[in-house]
Design a protein around this ligand. Sequence first.
Ligand code: UDP
Length: 330
Amino acid sequence: MTLVVTGGAGYVGSVCAQHLLDAGHDVVVVDDLSTGHEDAVPSGARLVVGDVAEVADEVLGAGGVDGVIHCAARSLVGESAEKPAKYWHGNVVTTIRLLDALRRHEVPRLVFSSTAATYGEPETSPITEDAPTRPTNTYGATKLAVDHAIGTYAAASGRAFGAVSLRYFNVAGAHAAPTLGERHTVETHLIPLVLQVALGQRDEIAIFGDDWPTADGTCVRDYIHVDDLAEAHLLALDLLARGEAPEGGHLVCNLGNGTGFSVLEVIEACRRVTGHPIPARVAPRRTGDPGVLVASSARARDELGWKPAHTDLDRIVADAWDFARSRAAG
Ligand code: UDP
């Protein structure tokens, strides 16, 4: 197939593009390089630099595009509170314009990067796709709005268009060859921050709260290896290509391992993998953080036939560590 990956110069997008190339597909990456890196675009993919909404007609109008994986997004929770317009425009308006272009150019399938942040503070754990969606931050609200929009576009398109929204839990780890990993200019994610301590790039890691109602008092998250995440995108495209989208043409699937690890367990794993003592100190809770976010991945397993291969936390950290060290070594 010929597939377009928006945000293909970013962390998840570049790994998805690499998996698609490895599976023999033709790949066009669309990225405005505002947060992505040109050298992260896998060789073999064609790069179109530009805003997704601006270049969609040019890229899709050329014809022959079998599907789009839409990873391009604004994705900083804290920033989304300070700059809501950037998130409503960047995530919602842009995606509506992309949906319109998909319809204009009769592109039959879309896989969308959605998020566990659509659920907010869960009432039960693990979280199923039927759980209430009450996002606690603007980022999650924009992604939820897009999920709704995609559902209505798909429902109105009959069999001509199908879509899968993949709700990512905590994506981590790195792709080994070529090395593709997390390289955010503003880093907010736990594992890369902890590894910065091991690399001597920061003095300590702040633990955001140790009074959560969890076994050790720190927040629990469901960490999923980026290679497993990318594979789910390929399986979602396969499902849509087989015409097996559910009634209404839109499937929503959580992507997590179904196992939670606390902040302290992650720090311990980083200590084991790096051999560094990694000083940590308890800091106040971070606004908008739920205590526990763990996915039920039953639907992804049943509907997509997805089975994560790298569920071991030390393995996920070790891959992130290899990537962090290779970056630090230049
Ligand atoms: N966290 C932390 N210290 C940090 C960064 C994150 O204690 O410097 C915690 C955060 O409160 C959350 C978990 O680590 O419970 C994962 O946070 P991350 O930002 O990686 O992902 P999120 O779950 O917010 O998407």
